[in-house]
Design a protein around this ligand. Structure first.
Ligand code: A2P
Length: 268
C-alpha cells in the first residue's frame, strides 16, 4: 500500500527547447552516445556546439556539447563522458529513450569549415570525446567539397574508447548521402596511451617522432597544403596548438579564416 514517489516536475525554462531522447548507446563505463529529436528551428554549422541540460531542477545545469550529427540530419547526436559526481553527467548518463533533454536555442563554435582557408588535406586531431565535432564534419558533404583527403586522429586511454570513432568511420561508406563523397578519402588513425594496441602514444609524440607520417605513408604537415582542426582536453589543445604553430600554422576564425582552429572537448 505504498504510493510510488512521483518525480517532481519542473517547468521548462523560457527560451529552451525540450527534446525527446531517441536512443542511447553506452560504449564504456566512461563514454556514451545519445540521439535526441531536433527542433525544426535550430540552425547550426557542422562542428558547432549547443548547451544541454535536464529538466531536473528549477535552474537546470547546462553544459556545452558538440553536435556529433551533421547539419542535414533530422536528429541530434552527442558523445559524452560520464563523470560520477559531474553536475550534469551523473544524471545524463541515466537517460532513456522517451526522456526529455533541454537545449538552449543557439549553436556556436570555432571548429567550422568557414574558419579555414582552402587547402588539399584536412587533419582532424582528437582525443576522448573531442572526436564529436568531427563526427559531424565527416558526415557533411561540404568537407569533401573543400578538401581532397581527411585524416582523423583519435587517441584514447584504451581500445574500447576508440569504438565510437571506428564505427563512425566504417558507417561513412554505407551512408546513402555521404558514401560517394567519403569513399577512399577518409583515413582514421587510432592510438592508445594506457592499453597495449598496435599504435601506442599521444598524437603529439607520434607526430613529433614522425611515426604518424610513416605509418600512413604521407607527407609531413605543411601549411601550404594542409589545414588542422583540434579538439580535446585543455592540455592536449595547448600541446597540439604549439606543435602546429611551430610549423608556421596560423589560427583562423570566421572573421579571419586561416590554417587551424581549436575547441575544447567540454564536459570533463
Ligand atoms: P594519457 O593517457 O597519456 O593522459 P582523457 O580521457 O584523460 O581526456 O585522455 C584522452 C587521451 O588524450 C589519452 O590518451 C591521453 O593520454 C591523451 N592526452 C592527455 N593529455 C594530452 C596532451 N597534452 N597531448 C596529447 N594527448 C594528451
Amino acid at each position: 500500500n505504498t504510493a510510488e514517489a512521483k518525480p517532481v516536475q519542473f517547468p521548462i525554462p523560457a527560451n529552451v527547447y525540450a527534446e525527446t531522447v531517441v536512443s542511447v548507446k553506452h560504449y564504456t563505463d566512461r563514454l556514451f552516445a545519445f540521439r535526441i529529436t531536433r527542433p525544426q528551428s535550430l540552425r547550426f554549422r557542422s562542428g558547432e556546439f549547443v548547451m544541454i541540460g535536464l529538466p531536473n531542477a528549477e535552474k537546470p545545469v547546462f553544459r556545452a556539447y558538440s553536435v556529433a550529427s551533421p547539419a542535414w540530419d533530422d536528429e541530434l547526436e552527442f558523445f559524452s563522458i560520464k563523470v560520477p559526481d559531474g553536475p550534469l553527467t551523473q544524471h545524463l548518463q541515466k537517460i532513456q529513450p522517451g526522456d526529455t533533454v533541454l537545449m538552449r536555442q543557439k549553436a556556436t563554435g570555432t571548429l567550422v569549415l568557414d574558419a579555414l582557408t582552402p587547402a588539399r588535406r584536412l587533419f582532424m586531431i582528437s582525443t576522448g570525446t573531442g572526436i564529436a565535432p568531427f563526427a559531424s564534419l565527416l558526415r557533411d558533404p561540404d568537407t569533401y567539397e573543400r578538401f581532397e583527403h581527411v585524416y582523423l586522429t583519435h587517441t584514447c586511454r584504451d581500445r574500447a574508447e576508440l569504438t565510437y570513432g571506428q564505427e563512425l568511420v566504417a558507417s561513412l561508406q554505407d551512408d546513402p548521402l555521404i558514401g560517394e563523397f567519403a569513399a577512399g578519402r577518409v583515413t582514421l588513425y587510432n592510438s592508445t596511451t594506457r592499453e597495449e594496441t598496435p599504435v601506442m602514444g599521444r598524437i603529439t609524440t607520434l607526430i613529433e617522432t614522425g611515426k604518424f607520417y610513416s605509418d600512413l605513408g604521407i607527407e609531413p604537415l605543411n601549411r601550404e597544403t594542409d589545414r588542422v582542426m583540434i579538439c580535446g582536453s585543455m592540455h592536449m589543445l595547448r600541446d597540439v596548438k604549439d606543435l602546429v604553430e611551430a610549423r608556421g600554422f596560423v589560427e583562423g576564425s570566421l572573421n579571419s579564416p586561416a590554417d587551424f582552429v581549436v575547441e575544447r572537448a567540454f564536459v570533463g
